[in-house]
Design a binder for this molecule. Structure first.
Ligand code: ADE
Length: 326
């Protein structure tokens, strides 16, 4: 099973154990942490709820974690909803009308909110006003409810898909970027400590290199390596354990999985590395456009293996070298 996509209930439980509980424990994203801490301190001093915040960037970089730290820092409750689950205005109305003073409302995948829901958010964010249309046709009337102070935190992997009216209503917008290998190494060491397993330095480096600069994947790889070490009766995780775990999972030294390789190979071989449009590529791979854009491409671009040109996608010389294709 793919490490990027597949995870178990047990993983979710462990993820919660590994999730940092305060800003001091949160490694990386230094500028964002500094900014947030100032915003939150100022809001606390004024006894107000913090401004609405937008977090954007690739999956697995800690947007939900940061939102929960914001809530914790403000001594507030967090309510979490996924954008696509809000289908009717009534769904959002039910959530907004249950908000208590100071609450944090976290809406994940906010680029997938439909237009009417999005428009309902505008007055809620700006004037703390919930406008409901009751009834239909001539008998319809608008009821306006005032909401308590609250902080909306929205997260998205696709900030370019947000409308500018929505984007402009956030007091702060923060771009989470990939972590450095050193930061991932520090996260792996911290997580190994929390899981109570020893890990050699060269094993940490191997995990860091193969985890796509992403803490969630680093922690998963660590857990799978721990499983492997425990099954084999090893007391600690060595580089050899990590390498065997990677081989079992079909992940290479740079964290590429079969789907990433398939994508690059399709561009290089099937299309002779002529620029390929996203729709063509999606059809050739039987993959969803969104998955290609959100899951595979950001990391391949970051590695310098893929370029998005106006005329289409091309694989780079570095990708050919890594895949050993002349
Ligand atoms: N676990 C997952 N993400 C983390 C982070 N940024 N810092 C510390 N531990 C983490």
């Amino acid at each position: 099973m793919s490490i990027a996509k597949g995870f178990t209930r047990d993983d979710r439980f462990i993820d919660a154990v590994l999730r940092p509980n305060c800003f001091e424990d949160y490694i990386g994203q230094e500028k964002i942490k500094q900014n947030l801490q100032i915003i939150l301190r100022a809001a606390r001093k004024r006894r107000e709820s913090a401004d609405h915040l937008l977090f954007f960037g690739p999956t697995g970089l800690g947007k939900t974690t940061l939102a929960s730290l914001v809530a914790k820092e403000m001594g507030a409750e967090i309510k979490v909803v996924a954008g696509p689950t809000l289908k009717k205005t009534g769904d959002l109305a039910a959530i907004l009308s249950a908000i208590e003073p100071g609450d944090v409302l976290f809406i994940d995948e906010c680029h997938r909110l439909n237009r009417t829901i999005e428009e309902m958010l505008y007055p809620a964010m700006e004037e703390r006003n919930l406008r409901l249309i009751l009834g239909k046709g001539l008998g319809a009337r608008v009821v306006s409810l005032s909401l308590p102070p609250f902080t909306l935190i929205a997260a998205t992997t696709r900030v370019n898909l947000l409308s500018s009216p929505l984007r402009s209503r956030f007091g702060g917008a923060f771009h989470l970027d990939y972590y450095t290998p050193d930061e991932i190494g520090a996260i792996v060491n911290r997580s190994a400590g929390l899981l109570g397993i020893g890990i050699k330095d060269d094993a940490v480096s191997l995990v860091a290199q193969a985890s796509r600069f992403t803490p969630r994947l680093a922690n998963r790889l660590l857990k799978r390596s721990r499983d492997f070490a425990e099954v084999k009766g090893f007391g600690e995780i060595t580089a050899d354990t990590v390498q065997k775990t990677l081989d079992l999972l079909g992940i290479d030294s740079l964290g590429l999985e079969s789907d990433d390789r398939r994508l690059l190979l399709a561009i290089i071989k099937k299309f002779n590395n002529h620029p390929v449009g996203l729709n063509t590529l999606a059809a050739a791979l039987s993959e969803d456009r969104g998955t290609i854009e959100e899951v595979y491409e950001p990391y391949l671009i970051r590695l310098g293996f893929l370029e998005r040109r106006p005329s289409g996608r091309v694989a780079t010389e570095a990708a050919r070298r890594h895949l050993k294709i002349n």
